[in-house]
Design a protein around this ligand. Structure first.
Ligand code: ARG
Length: 463
C-alpha cells in the first residue's frame, strides 16, 4: 500500500478498504496529463519564489524522465499505488529525495484530479471531433456520387415520396455537423483551469493561476475554488453530446441493417465488415451495425450514471466523484471506436442503385406528384387527393404502378388527365421538381453539397 497520507492514522488501512478506495487501475489513463499539470505547477511555484530555480529544474527533469520511462514501458504503473497522483509523487521522491517532497506545495489532489480530468477530456473532445470530421468527408463523397441515385423516402417506414441517396445521406451529414458544433460549445465552455483551487478554498501561497492556466493552454483560471474542485458539468455535457452522436449512429445503423436485409437489398455491406453464422452457411450478418446500435446503451448509461452520482453531492469535493472516470473513459473509447468503424463500414459499402430505383418506382411514392398534377390543372388539392387515392386503390387491386395505367384508365377516373401525366409522375421529374433549398432536386442538392464542402474546408478543428 503506497499512499500519500497516514500521519494522522494509528492503524493500517484494511486491505479491502484500500482496494475499494484506490483508483490507480483506471486513473493511470491520465498519467501524461498528471505529469504535465505538475510541471506547470512547479514552473509557476519557482516563478513566484516558492521554489528555487534549482529545485524547479531538478523536479522538472525528473518528471520528464518519469514520463519518458512510462511511455517506453521501463517504468510500470503498478497497483501498489493508491492513484496516479501518488504514483507520480512517490516515484519523484524515490528518484530525487527531499526536493521531490516540495512538488505538492499549494496543491491538493482535489484540484489536481479536476485538472487531470479536464486536460484528458479536452483532448478527447478534439479526438472525437476529428473522427466526426473524417466521417463527414466520407458522407459528402457519397452524396456527391449519388445525386442521381433515386430511392424511396419513407415515413412510418412506408414509401412516401421519392428522394435520392444524396439527400438521405445528407440528413445524417447535418446531424453529425451539429454534433461537431456541440463539441465546440463544450470545448469553449470547459477550457478554464481549476489548478490552484486547492482542496476547496484556494491556498495561502501566492500562486499565479493565470500563469498556470496559460501554460496548460486554457483560456484562463476558473473563478470559484469550491466550484473548481466539484464541477463535473463539462463531463455531463460531453456524455450528453456523445449520447447524441451514438443516437445518430444508431439510427443510421438501423437503416443500414434494414437496407442490407434480403427484403430490401439496397446495400451490400462489404465482407470485411460482415460476419458469418456458425450454423447457417448462407448468412452474412451486419454485426458491426448491430453492435454500434447496441453500444449506444452503454453510452446513455454513462450519462445517466453521472447525472445520478452528482445529484446529491454537497459542496465541495466528495469521493463519489471518483466514480466519474471509468464510465466516462468507457464512453469516450466506445464512441471513438464506433465512429471509426462506422466510417469504415459505410465507405466500403456497395449501394445498389438499380434496386433502390426499382423500389422507388413501386409503392406509389409519386402519388403526391399525381395529385399536384391535377392541382396544376385547376383541381382543388383536396379533390385531387381523393381522386389519386381512388387511382391507387385501383392499381393495388391490379398489382400495378400509377406509371403503368393507360390514359383511358386515368381519364375514366378523372378527365383532366392528359398524356403529359406520365412525364409529370416519372421518378426523375418528381425529384427534379423539388428545387427548394434542402430538397432532393439535383440543383438544390448540388448547392448544399457546395456549401458543405466549403464548411469542411473552412472548419478543420475546434482549437
Ligand atoms: N482519486 C481521486 C478522484 O478520482 C482523487 C482525488 C482524491 N481526493 C481526496 N480528497 N480523496 O476523485
Amino acid at each position: 500500500m503506497a499512499q500519500l497520507w497516514g500521519g494522522r492514522f494509528t492503524k493500517e488501512t484494511d486491505q479491502l478498504v484500500y482496494n475499494f478506495n484506490a483508483s490507480i487501475t483506471f486513473d493511470r489513463k491520465f498519467y501524461r496529463q498528471d505529469i504535465e499539470g505538475s510541471m506547470a505547477h512547479v514552473t509557476m511555484l519557482a516563478r513566484q519564489g516558492i521554489l528555487t530555480d534549482k529545485e524547479r529544474d531538478e523536479i522538472l527533469a525528473c518528471l520528464k524522465g518519469i514520463l519518458a520511462d512510462v511511455e517506453s514501458g521501463t517504468l510500470k504503473i503498478t497497483e501498489e499505488y493508491e492513484d496516479i497522483h501518488s504514483f507520480v509523487e512517490a516515484t519523484l521522491i524515490d528518484r530525487i529525495g527531499d526536493t521531490g517532497k516540495k512538488l505538492h506545495t499549494g496543491r491538493s489532489r482535489n484540484d489536481q484530479v479536476a485538472l487531470d480530468m479536464r486536460l484528458y477530456t479536452r483532448k478527447e473532445v478534439l479526438a472525437v471531433d476529428e473522427l466526426l470530421k473524417e466521417l463527414l468527408h466520407t458522407l459528402l463523397n457519397i452524396m456527391e456520387e449519388h445525386v442521381d441515385t433515386y430511392m424511396p423516402g419513407f415515413t412510418h417506414l412506408q414509401k412516401a415520396q421519392p428522394v435520392t441517396l444524396a439527400h438521405h445521406v445528407g440528413a445524417y451529414f447535418e446531424m453529425f455537423k451539429r454534433d461537431r458544433q456541440r463539441l465546440s460549445d463544450i470545448y469553449h465552455r470547459m477550457n478554464y483551469c481549476p489548478l490552484g483551487a486547492g482542496a476547496l478554498a484556494g491556498t495561502t501561497y501566492p500562486l499565479d493561476r493565470e500563469y498556470t492556466a496559460r501554460l496548460l493552454g486554457f483560456y484562463g483560471p476558473t473563478l470559484n475554488s469550491m466550484d473548481s474542485v466539484s464541477d463535473r458539468d463539462y463531463l455531463i455535457e460531453f456524455l450528453s453530446a456523445l449520447s447524441t452522436i451514438m443516437m445518430h449512429l444508431s439510427r443510421f445503423c438501423e437503416e443500414i441493417i434494414i437496407w442490407n436485409s434480403n427484403e430490401y437489398r439496397f446495400v451490400e455491406i462489404d465482407d470485411g465488415y460482415s460476419t458469418g453464422s456458425s450454423i447457417m452457411p448462407q448468412k452474412k450478418n451486419p454485426d458491426i451495425a448491430e453492435l454500434i446500435r447496441g453500444k449506444t446503451g452503454r453510452v446513455y448509461g454513462a450519462l445517466m450514471s453521472l447525472l445520478t452520482i452528482m445529484k446529491g453531492i454537497p459542496l465541495a469535493y466528495n469521493k463519489d466523484m471518483q466514480e466519474d472516470k471509468e464510465l466516462t473513459f468507457d464512453a469516450m473509447d466506445t464512441v471513438k471506436g464506433c465512429i471509426a468503424l462506422f466510417n469504415g463500414m459505410i465507405s466500403t459499402m456497395k449501394f445498389r442503385k438499380d434496386v433502390m430505383e426499382a423500389s422507388a418506382k413501386k409503392g406509389f411514392a409519386n402519388a403526391t406528384d399525381a395529385a399536384d398534377y391535377l392541382v396544376n390543372h385547376g383541381v382543388p388539392f383536396r379533390d385531387a387527393h381523393s381522386i389519386v387515392g381512388r387511382l391507387v386503390l385501383y392499381c393495388i387491386d391490379r398489382d400495378k404502378a400509377l406509371d403503368d395505367m393507360t390514359l383511358e384508365e386515368y381519364q375514366a377516373v378523372c378527365p383532366v388527365f392528359e398524356q403529359d401525366i406520365y412525364e409529370a409522375i416519372s421518378l426523375k421529374t418528381c425529384v427534379k421538381k423539388r428545387t427548394t433549398l434542402g430538397a432532393p432536386g439535383q440543383e438544390a442538392m448540388e448547392r448544399v453539397i457546395r456549401e458543405e464542402r466549403d464548411y469542411l474546408e473552412r472548419y478543420k478543428s475546434i482549437s
